[in-house]
Design a protein around this ligand. Structure first.
Ligand code: HEC
Length: 442
């Protein structure tokens, strides 16, 4: 994405290196500089005579697209709530939105339609750019929209079951990122059907993302050897079939559609793998999970329709190694969501469904894969895929020395494995049968 900014190649490499969020300010400062030296931009297409002001034009865009993360206690340190906030950061805001670095969103537009797509329209970007260019006028205070309101506490209402880490985890200051798995026993005495999981970190700035899985067999307890937690860089240390929750900053929890719920077996543990991004100060984190149960057994338990391959063997130095795989859809299904998964060398992910009738359905395309910014993507409406559809996935890996995300210096052969320094290539589609079954699932 940096290359779009027309920055000289040497500098581009150094910027690409700058992948940690804390350094994004530098990227944006340089981006802004580069932009202001470049020729005509998109904004001219939308220029009008009317003066763009904060209260009339800018505030609502920022409240709707930025403030959810840019407010105290949330992931981004810089607040974007008031005129003063926006004015102080004006040039950085213009650069960030023009480069489409902000709001963060990976899938390529037009290749799959997803819920909660936060992207700004070209017109909104032009408005922000004009406002900055015109000196960031405040405008008529009478036109001031109400301050954005955010639900404090559980976003989906009171959970049916709250699981909290037994004790806070100490996140040391100024250390490299770390991964820790926490075991949360459910003590459920009967099977339950889960319609949503909401995660609440206690101190968000240090939580980069986290993944929740179910552990029916006590595997995590064995990994932890009596402790409630264990370090788990890469995987969970045991095969975890499908995620039941995924937390990334700014992503709202989501309920399954009516009649759809996941089975949570009695007596199982829930395991949360947390990627911590330590701060300048030591911090404590104690995550709570809110579980929401279906009132009655669902019509459909979603199943994992996965496409992937373990046949991965990436030669050292290879800048564009392609791995592909496909699966045939075994019955008529509706696809609710998709989770792509690969590791550090991965650069691009593309998934397409080829219908038996000859047409095709785009499922997702990510051109600048970031291991640190993974999530589940819910389709705007369920995608119908008839039996016999072929789901094709292709991933591209860059094992060259020029790839700053390459964990090996010099590059070495990389094959399939659980560690982040190994590779994976898989896609998980959350699917339900397309026709209502005659009786509820047992
Ligand atoms: C999903 C959460 C999220 C959303 C939504 C979001 N941002 Fe950000 N933004 C971040 C994070 C995380 C950073 C890294 C900053 C940090 O470390 O505090 C960041 C950084 C920035 C920076 C660089 C600040 C600096 O430190 O120099 C700017 C400017 C910015 N965002 C503008 C915006 C604008 C404008 C919008 C809306 C159009 C927006 N962001 C929406 C999460 C978000």
């Amino acid at each position: 994405m940096i290359s779009r900014l027309n920055i000289p190649p040497g500098l581009r490499l150094c910027l690409w290196h700058t992948r940690s969020w804390t350094k994004i300010g530098l990227v944006l400062a340089l981006a802004f500089l580069a932009n202001s030296l470049e020729g005509p931009t998109i904004q001219h297409a939308f220029a009008t005579d009317k003066q763009v002001t904060y209260f009339q034009d800018v505030a609502l865009i920022i409240h709707d697209h930025c403030s959810s993360c840019h407010r105290p206690g949330e992931v981004a340190r810089l607040p974007l709530l008031t005129y003063q906030d926006a004015k102080q950061q004006g040039p950085a805001i213009a650069a960030a939105v023009r480069a489409r670095l902000m709001p963060p969103w990976k899938p390529v537009a037009g290749f799959g339609e997803f819920q909660s797509d936060p992207r700004l329209s070209d017109a909104e970007i032009a408005t922000l750019e004009s406002w900055v260019r015109e000196g960031m006028p405040e405008g008529d205070p009478k036109a001031q929209p109400p301050a954005p309101r955010f639900t404090s506490g559980w976003q989906l209402g009171s959970p049916d079951l709250v699981l909290t880490m037994a004790q806070p985890f100490e996140v040391p200051a100024n250390t490299p990122d770390l991964y820790e798995c926490f075991i949360l026993p459910t003590h459920l005495t009967e099977d339950r059907y889960v319609v949503a999981i909401e995660e609440r970190p206690s101190y968000r700035p240090v939580v980069h993302h986290s993944i929740v899985v179910e552990d029916k067999f006590g595997a995590a307890r064995r990994m932890a050897q009596g402790a409630g937690a264990y370090p788990c860089f890469g995987g969970f240390g045991f095969p975890a079939p499908g995620y039941i929750g995924f937390w990334t900053p700014g992503v709202q929890p989501q309920r399954e559609p009516p009649g759809v719920a996941r089975l949570l077996k009695k007596d199982c543990d829930v395991v949360v793998q947390v990627h911590f991004h330590p701060a300048r100060q030591p911090a404590k984190e104690q995550i709570s999970l809110g579980l929401y149960f279906a009132k009655q057994p669902p019509e459909h338990i979603p199943f994992d329709l996965s496409v992937g391959t373990m046949d991965i063997d990436i030669p050292p130095g290879e800048p564009e190694h392609r791995v592909s795989s496909f699966v045939f859809v075994p019955e008529d299904v509706e696809v609710l969501s998709i989770i792509p998964h690969c590791h550090l060398l991965c650069r691009a992910v593309k998934v397409t469904a080829k219908l038996p009738s000859g047409g095709s359905v785009p499922l997702i395309y990510i051109q600048d894969w970031d291991f640190d910014w993974q999530r589940q993507y819910w389709y705007n409406s369920p995608l119908f895929l008839p039996q016999g559809t072929r789901v094709d996935m292709e991933m591209t890996f860059d094992n060259s020395a020029a790839n700053p995300r390459n964990p090996n210096h010099p590059p070495k052969r990389v094959t399939w494995g659980e560690q982040s320094t190994d590779e994976m290539a898989e896609i998980h589609l959350e699917a339900i049968p397309a026709h209502p079954p005659s009786s509820p699932h047992k």
